[in-house]
Design a protein around this ligand. Structure first.
Ligand SMILES: Nc1ncnc2c1ncn2[C@@H]1O[C@H](COP(=O)(O)OP(=O)(O)OP(=O)(O)O)[C@@H](O)[C@H]1O
Ligand SMILES: [Mg+2]
Length: 754
């Protein structure tokens, strides 16, 4: 066996134990910031370095694509390029890949389409219509949610009836569910849930296939295990049955996806499923100050159902958490923006050190306006993702048609987009024909002469078919995807119609399509085997969280859900009001307060150094100003680590807002006392050798006079002067051990340290 790698010493004793314990089931349940993700990362590097497994024998499952990418990069730094061959990604992306290889065995082709929530909603809407339900009365989204829940619980359509029939809605769902499954199969399409459920079917029906993957995945690792649902639990259990080298890490206190079927029991059951399972606790938090951890702890211990865990830190006490008591949401956003500017100026943070976290996406709007007005750069994570935009989905639907012509849902989407005279009536006739003959819509189009269709529409159909066939030929002949896309945009008249419309909206759409072309070119240049089907499957799994760029000098705005697993030096948790955080009840469903509290715990534990809570006394809702009560969570936080700051505008407006608000102890003019002893920059990921040199952007450059830095060879020192610009910037540094040196900033490979 090779000698142990040096990198093992980047870990504490418990973490090392978890890494060295390579054989057999391993469970790590530990608090936020205790290095769970880090352990997984190092464990993978260790397995490869110790030659326990080749990279492509290891399966690692993460919650976002971005988390997978980061982990892979880090492993690459530790052991080199081999890491690229790991099976690493979200459940969806890994299993969509397996399905691509095995699709034929369960009646699909490897070119199957992936339906996002929107596509499957459209398919359900269509089915509701065909079954003479009015989609305005029976909301497709509701049916979709029920079907999705059933799938994740692995309830087959045939058994839905037995399980659920209590109401008309259940009846309708039972009816539609079976048809929906049929329709998707007919369309050679899978929805997001299928990507988890179909592998189980595949493995159950084909023992040999299961064995092949059981053999392959000698080691399986899962991050954020508390948020896996029943289907995910089952599929990984099946795969791990042979070697039983399954390592799962999670934190029951951070389970925040029960509405998507995540099941905390998966953690609890792990020990009973694997009696030989070893459990290793991690107790040291490396992320946050003592004050932040104390706040987090005081919150989570209010929940009845929490596993007992210890979490402590060696980090400083840090600043008290500031509660911003605001008049309304504009006041709130303004104060947050002011604090960002001030902390940046006084403590040397970069914009990317800040995050604004909220409970629901719409809260970002006022922040966007305010930040724009005040010149605070930001990046918004969430909302409508690029690939969900209408024009992008249209173009992708065209492309899908080239490889999966039986996909009716995508075909219907663009058959008359742009308008080519195939109206609703004609489409209805064509669909009826398809249903009657039990064939796909595309087959009907190909043989349009056989049916009695309105003549001008028939002509359009013929032209459409010949255009698609022509493009298919190009694809077969190996013509480049980018050229095919361009041709398609031209021949379909799609671009022309946008240009003719000539509205600001159509111009934006055009720009988005050009951006899509960039994505296609990039994909073609950076893949060994750039097939259209792998492109389409890959991008249909891109989520908005994946786009977040932590190096971009901008404040991050996202929901707490999206922030899971991430960390930021300064965090603002905003909108801490009753009926917002915790959320108000929807459709008379009872709010799961314990889950809301866990969500608040997740929010708090994203913060490394400075944390703000904020709430408003009034907020606009449906165009009217409403009074708001501060969140119960604010009263639950240990009082000795928070201090309240009442906004000046509350004083001015105090006449119209009295009553049940708690009077805050501090006056509106209080300023936080900054702790000047604290370092300017915290050294991050020391072992990763990340060197941030922002010489292109002096604004963000941390290598200013006074900064403490470390040099590979000369060790630690302090910048005492600086001259020149851009690439020519020079710094004079006084090194503790080597004395004074003048260095070119660009080549010096300096790291800012705390
Ligand atoms: N032994 C260690 N030495 C130095 N830094 C560490 C150590 N372990 C973890 N860290 C750092 O602490 C931070 C938190 O680690 P990590 O993200 O792995 O925690 P986690 O348990 O996965 O947190 P979460 O529950 O939020 O997902 C990271 O910046 C990580 O690099
Ligand atoms: Mg983590």
């Amino acid at each position: 066996m090779p000698k142990e790698p040096d990198f093992i010493h980047d870990l504490n004793e418990a973490q090392q134990r978890a890494v060295r314990h390579t054989e057999g089931p391993l469970l790590i349940v530990a608090g936020a910031g205790s290095g769970k993700t880090r352990v997984l990362t190092y464990r993978i590097a260790y397995l490869i370095q110790q030659q326990k497994a080749a990279p492509n024998d290891i399966l690692a499952l993460t919650f976002t694509n971005k988390a997978a990418k980061e982990m892979k990069e880090r492993i690459q730094q530790l052991i080199g390029d081999e890491a690229r061959r790991l099976w690493m990604g979200t459940f969806h992306s890994v299993f969509s890949k397996i399905l691509r290889f095995e699709a034929e065995k369960i009646g699909f082709t490897s070119n199957y389409s992936i339906y996002d929530t929107d596509d499957s909603k459209n398919a359900i809407k269509q089915l509701l219509r065909e079954n003479n339900y009015d989609p305005k009365e029976i909301r497709p989204r509701t049916i979709q949610r029920l079907i999705s829940d059933a799938k994740n619980e692995l309830i087959h359509p045939d058994h839905y009836q037995e399980k659920f029939v209590h109401s008309t809605l259940d009846d309708i769902t039972a009816n539609i569910y079976g048809q929906y499954v049929e329709r998707l199969k007919h369309n050679n399409a899978m929805d997001f849930d299928d990507l988890l459920v179909k592998p189980i079917e595949l493995f159950q029906q084909h023992e040999g296939v299961l064995e092949k993957y059981q053999d392959r995945f000698k080691y399986i690792l899962i991050d954020e295990y508390q948020d896996t649902n029943h289907a995910q639990y089952k599929v990984t259990n099946m795969l791990a049955r042979k070697y039983k080298n399954l390592c799962v890490v999670g934190d029951d206190a951070q389970s925040i996806y029960s509405f998507r079927g995540a099941d905390i029991r998966n953690i609890l059951d792990f020990k009973s499923d694997y009696e030989e399972a070893v459990e290793i606790p991690l107790e040291q938090n490396y992320r946050s100050t003592k004050a932040i951890l104390k706040a987090a702890d005081s919150i989570i211990k209010r929940n009845d159902s929490q596993l007992n865990k210890t979490l402590w830190t060696d980090n400083d006490m840090g600043d008290a958490i500031t509660v911003l008591d605001n008049y309304d949401e504009r006041d709130e956003a303004n104060r947050v923006a002011n604090y960002i500017q001030e902390l940046k100026a006084r403590k040397g943070y970069g914009y990317n050190d800040f995050a604004v976290l909220y409970r629901t996406n719409y809260q970002s709007r006022v922040y966007e306006e305010t930040f724009r007005r005040k010149g605070v750069p930001y990046q918004l994570v969430g909302g409508l993702s690029f690939y969900q935009r209408k024009e992008i989905k249209d173009v992708l639907a065209y492309l899908t048609l080239l490889i999966n012509p039986d996909d009716d849902t995508n075909l219907i989407r663009i058959i008359n987009e742009p308008s080519r005279g195939i109206g609703n009536k004609s489409l209805h006739d064509l669909m009826a024909q398809a249903r009657a003959g039990n064939q796909s819509l595309w087959r009907v189009l190909e043989n349009v002469g056989e049916i009695d269709l309105y003549k001008p529409a028939e002509k359009s159909v013929r032209e459409f078919v010949s255009m698609i066939n022509d493009l298919k030929k190009d694809l077969k002949n190996g013509r480049k995807l980018i050229n095919i896309t361009k041709k398609l945009l031209e021949q379909s008249g799609y671009m022309k119609s946008l240009v003719e419309e000539n509205s600001p909206k159509s111009m934006t759409r055009r720009e988005n399509i050009l951006e899509l072309q960039n994505a296609i070119s990039y994909f073609e240049k950076n893949n060994n085997n750039p097939s259209l089907s792998s492109f389409l499957q890959e991008i249909s799994l891109i989520t908005d969280t994946d786009k977040y760029d932590e190096e971009k000098p901008a404040v991050t705005m996202m929901t707490v859900h999206a922030a899971k697993g991430l960390e930021f030096p300064v965090v603002f948790v905003v909108g801490l009001e009753e009926e917002l955080f915790p959320v108000g009840s929807r459709d008379n469903e009872e709010v799961n307060i314990e889950e809301e509290r866990r969500l608040f715990y997740v929010a708090i534990t994203r913060a490394e150094e400075v944390l703000f809570f904020s709430h408003c006394r009034s907020r606009y809702k449906y165009g009217e100003e409403q009074r708001k009560r501060r969140s119960r969570f604010l009263d639950e936080v240990s009082p000795d680590v928070v201090r309240t700051e009442t906004g000046a505008s509350i004083k001015q407006n105090s006449n119209n807002l009295n009553g049940d608000q708690k009077e805050s102890s501090d006056s509106g003019s209080t300023k936080i006392e900054y702790d000047w002893k604290k370092p300017l920059y915290k050294k991050k990921n020391r072992s990763s050798n990340t060197t941030r040199i922002y010489y292109d952007n002096p604004d963000e450059d941390p290598f200013q006079v006074g900064a403490r830095v470390e040099h590979n060879v000369f060790g630690p020192g302090k910048i005492i002067s600086r001259s020149g610009q851009g690439e020519k910037t020079k710094v004079v540094i006084y090194f503790k051990e080597r004395g004074r040196k003048t260095l070119m900033l660009r080549v010096a490979k300096l790291q800012v340290i705390g």
